[in-house]
Design a protein. Structure first.
Ligand code: UT7
Length: 333
């Protein structure tokens, strides 16, 4: 039997763009109200990319924080994986840009596109590199700049999203029970049209007609995604807990993808989690797509919501449709 290592979470980092856009600011641009946005989603504000800011720069700031906390040098990283669908360029990957800006010399680098489930896919993929012994230190990044992809005249989508980057360092540990544990993932590509950008891929390159019809912008069937999301979150949680032989009382903190507080609360109720066990920071950032779970991890850690020896349940869903989850046995203070 090959040896399995632990994939310990050794450091966390985050970076938001400089421009804060409150619901009140949006009231001046589109036909919406602070009251509608807060009551339907829990969002009070979000950050969006300002002049001269780039997603790769945000990633580098977040990555350096995570490396500092892990007490690692940039040359210790032997794999960089970015969850994103909005790299600075169509080619190459965001991970390659981050590798270059960090000056990391001993690493591979690649992206994963799983939309809002991106952080969880990236985290679990990184953990496989560490658990198998293929890598010693993996830099996991979740980052998106959705403000560049939405239709700012579509009030049903533009109020929901924000930009940001989060980073996490996975370090090899002798004990396989430390760090990232079981995972579960699901996919239903049949639901692609409920949350998608139709144009800009190989099937429909952007041309004048696309620009006119705005098919290069995000469109979403909100109600369909809402219903799917509650099921997706509860299924992901149940599957991972059952693989680990745990129930909700064993979990110190549930850290879900932050898309809508109503979705999270509805799923948590089905799963028998108390309010104290659920982490929410959507009020500050909106839905930051692949960055959201990492931002929630960093903020909840900073707020002292968990400590060494605690178990965290991470769950998410998004375009694809995609969903999944994992458990982290937290080991650092
Ligand atoms: O990571 C995955 C990302 N996506 C999601 O998680 C989204 C899941 N879906 C949702 O979160 C919810 O469906 C929304 C928050 C998007 C919408 O909430 P809802 O309770 O499903 O509202 P609705 O779409 O049924 O719209 C209700 C009304 C409509 O007006 P009428 O037709 O009843 O007159 C909308 O036109 O609210 C209107 N509306 C708005 N009003 C003010 C839609 N967007 C807005 C807005 N401000 N921004």
């Amino acid at each position: 039997m090959p040896r399995i290592y632990g994939a310990e979470v050794a450091g966390l980092g985050k970076c938001l763009p400089s421009k804060c856009l409150t619901n009140k600011d949006l009231e001046k641009i589109i036909d919406t109200t602070d009251e509608w946005i807060q009551s339907r989603t829990g969002i009070k504000q979000r950050y969006v990319m300002g002049e001269g800011e780039t997603l790769s720069d945000l990633c580098v700031v977040a990555a350096k924080q995570a490396l500092d906390q892990a007490n690692l040098h940039v040359d210790d990283i032997d794999m960089i994986i970015c969850g994103t669908f909005t790299s600075d360029h169509k080619l190459p990957s965001l991970a390659a840009l981050v590798q270059d800006k960090l000056g990391a010399k001993n690493t591979g680098a690649f992206d994963i596109n799983a939309a809002c489930t991106g952080f969880i896919y990236t985290l679990v993929t990184g953990a496989q590199f560490v658990r198998s012994g293929a890598s010693k230190n993996v830099l996991v990044i979740g980052a998106d700049c959705c403000s560049s992809q939405i239709d700012w005249e579509d009030r049903s989508t533009c109020v929901l999203f924000g930009d940001g980057a989060s980073a996490l360092v996975l370090r090899q540990h002798d004990d396989p029970n430390v760090g990232v544990q079981s995972s579960y993932f699901g996919s239903d590509g049949g639901g692609k049209e409920s949350l998608w950008i139709e144009a800009g891929g190989s099937l429909m390159p952007v041309d004048e007609e696309v620009l006119k019809t705005k098919k290069h912008r995000v469109t979403m069937a909100g109600k369909d995604v809402f219903k799917f999301a509650i099921n997706a979150l509860s299924t992901s949680a149940k599957e991972v807990l059952s693989q680990e032989g745990l129930d909700s009382s064993d979990i110190k903190l549930l850290v879900p993808h932050q898309a809508n507080s109503r979705i999270i609360n509805a799923a948590a109720k089905r799963l028998d989690f108390s309010d104290e066990q659920i982490y929410l920071n959507i009020d500050k950032y909106g839905n930051t797509v692949a960055a959201s779970v990492g931002l929630a991890l960093r903020d909840s850690y900073d707020e002292g919501k968990f400590k060494s020896g605690d178990k965290l349940l991470i769950i998410g869903f998004g375009a694809g449709l995609s969903w999944g989850g994992t458990v982290i046995n937290w080991s650092i203070d």
